[in-house]
Design a protein around this ligand. Structure first.
Ligand SMILES: [Zn+2]
Length: 235
């Protein structure tokens, strides 16, 4: 039996629909595969970051998988000559006062950084490796292992601080004191030793993050990271 023109039209339409579906499905899987391969997950994770932040803005999780929205702007205030999230100001002064009572003088080495400042820091690091003769691609990869990309550094929240001693207090003494007492004031050691598989960042004994006293105590006592804590509380 010979197909009528109408039949042929219907068949062509069917083929077109099937082809569109196949191409669509292929594209969907290829982009998600590439996306996860590169560790991006932009759409999904941005949503996750927002949900966590809505629950308790102090628990906002920022890392490579959870970038901040481009328009993110925390409420800032100034203390000890640096800019911090306004929730950090009074706990930080209490922390510094308590340390002083124990004979430990603390210094803030780094606090809030804007997106542009984070970009500048990364570019500077890339420049260092380029000068050493590395190809742009490899220079960038190497730099990104040491400096977070814009949107992926929690210094952009104003809730993170790099802390140490001053001229009278050596770094080790300051770090030990913080290690013992920071949680009492709502701060956690954000990148502990042996947790780099979870945080994506190797041990940083100077980097503290304000999360509030309740969460800081819970996280520190359990010996877990903010990643693990927010995963638990999100459930
Ligand atoms: Zn830091």
């Amino acid at each position: 039996m010979k197909a009528s023109p109408n039949h042929r039209k219907a068949l062509l339409l069917l083929y077109a629909v099937i082809l569109t579906l196949v191409v669509g499905v292929c594209l969907f899987f290829s982009t998600t595969a590439i996306g996860s391969f590169l560790g991006e997950h932009f759409l999904l994770t941005r949503e996750t970051a927002t949900i966590t932040a809505q629950k308790d803005p102090l628990l906002i999780l920022v890392n490579r998988k959870h970038p901040l929205p481009e328009d993110y702007a925390p409420p800032l205030t100034e203390v000890y000559g640096v800019q911090v999230h306004e929730a950090v100001r009074s706990p930080l002064t209490e922390l510094f006062a308590a340390a002083k009572r124990d004979g430990v003088a603390l210094t803030v080495h780094s606090a809030y950084r804007s997106r542009a400042e984070q970009q500048a820091e990364l570019d500077e690091k890339i420049g260092v490796y380029r000068e050493k003769g590395m190809f742009p691609f490899f220079a960038r990869k190497k730099a990104e292992q040491e400096v977070q990309r814009p949107g992926e550094s929690e210094h952009q929240t104003g809730l993170a601080l790099d802390l140490g001693g001053d001229a009278d207090t050596d770094t080790e003494k300051a770090q030990q004191w913080l290690f013992d007492h920071a949680a009492e004031y709502g701060f956690i050691l954000r990148y502990p030793a042996g947790k780099d598989k979870i945080t994506g960042i190797t041990y940083e004994p100077w980097h503290y993050r304000f999360v509030g006293i309740g969460a800081a105590r819970a996280i520190t006592n359990a010996g877990i990271t903010l990643e693990e804590f927010t995963e638990e509380t999100d459930r």
